[in-house]
Design a protein. Structure first.
Length: 127
């Protein structure tokens, strides 16, 4: 369940990443179907169907040694700890990636950076 006090990623950016994942899945299925049907010039793909797409980066504030935000795809509110050298009130850049398998969304990954240094990376679902 989402906490209205936590920052959220923009739904439009999420939708655009999901649409790109769906296009990838359709393309893989088309290549697979053509190869199975003996299509000329089609080769068997080694692609496992997984794709991670960047959705958006937002700024979040550190509070009590953690950053809290709302995640899409029914995951809800989460809090991720940050190293103790990052002060409360500091701004962290949190970036959201959408993970898909054969065009179907199956998870998200959040990466946090402070002053250009990655400080955490946390996956949910298939990420």
């Amino acid at each position: 369940m989402a906490n209205s006090n936590y920052p959220s990623f923009d739904q439009k950016a999420i939708t655009e990443a999901l649409e790109a994942g769906q296009r990838h899945g359709k393309n893989l299925r088309a290549v697979s179907d053509a190869g199975a049907a003996g299509g000329a010039g089609q080769s068997i793909t080694l692609d496992n169907g997984e794709l991670k797409l960047s959705a958006q980066c937002i700024s979040v504030s550190v509070n009590n040694g953690q950053v809290c935000l709302n995640l899409p795809l029914g995951i809800g509110s989460i809090c991720i700890p940050v190293p103790s050298w990052i002060p409360s009130g500091a701004t962290v850049q949190a970036c959201l990636d959408i993970c898909t398998k054969w065009g179907i969304p199956c998870g998200v990954e959040v990466t946090g950076s402070f002053n250009g240094t990655r400080i955490f990376q946390k996956g949910f679902g298939c990420c």
